[in-house]
Write a protein that binds this ligand. Structure first.
Ligand SMILES: Nc1ncnc2c1ncn2[C@@H]1O[C@H](COP(=O)(O)OP(=O)(O)O)[C@@H](O)[C@H]1O
Ligand SMILES: [Mg+2]
Length: 177
């Protein structure tokens, strides 16, 4: 269950409970920086769902996440490739999946979606709602929304204890709160 909390739109002020966090980003760089903080916290097996319209900043956030995780590879939009892989010096792999063009779970399965979920690397998915039935209950869900040309609202919601801890750590490293 998502809890949408009000925030003071004049500042990038997060308002939090244990499971949810709301943030207003004022630039792509700020969104990337948030991603870096989050990426520093993710481990193998983690699932990060990035939901929002085209241009809401999902790939921009994913760029930061991959950088924070330690990717040596530049992050591009996987919209045409569907699955991007990023590698780290210790040979770990981060998967970045884009379900935008998928008709449903069967197509995702054919592309190895369940293997990605069962695999060793963390997984970022854009357009997760396209294959909602295939998603594990526990995950971090990020909803991004366009506010104006330079501003995006980001709503982080943790499902399950592991992701609640991740979100708490994220809150602490990002906002010191
Ligand atoms: N605050 C912001 N956060 C993220 N992206 C922003 C922001 N302001 C402007 N933008 C721009 O919006 C676009 C977001 O594109 P992208 O990250 O590819 O979105 P999506 O993957 O959701 O389609 C980029 O061109 C980016 O520069
Ligand atoms: Mg994208």
């Amino acid at each position: 269950m998502a809890i949408w909390l009000t925030y003071n739109a004049s500042r990038s002020m997060p308002i939090l409970d244990e499971r949810a966090l709301e943030f207003l980003s004022h630039s792509p760089e700020q969104t990337r920086r948030l991603g870096v903080r989050l990426g520093e916290l993710i481990q193998s097996g983690d699932l990060l769902c990035l939901s929002g319209d085209l241009g809401s900043g999902k790939t921009t956030l994913a760029q930061g996440i991959a950088r924070g995780w330690g990717s040596l590879d530049p992050v591009t939009s996987p919209t045409f490739i569907l699955i991007n892989e990023y590698h780290r010096a210790d040979s770990a792999t981060l998967y970045h999946f884009d379900a935008f063009r998928l008709s449903g779970v069967a197509e995702a399965e054919a592309l190895g979606w369940y293997d990605l979920l069962d695999g060793a690397g963390p997984v970022i998915i854009e357009w997760p709602e396209r294959i909602a039935e295939s998603l594990p209950e526990d995950r971090l869900w990020v909803s991004l929304r366009w506010v104006d040309e330079m501003r995006r609202g980001l709503h982080f919601e943790a499902r399950g204890v592991h992701y609640e801890r991740m979100l708490q750590a994220f809150r602490q490293t990002t906002f010191g709160g």
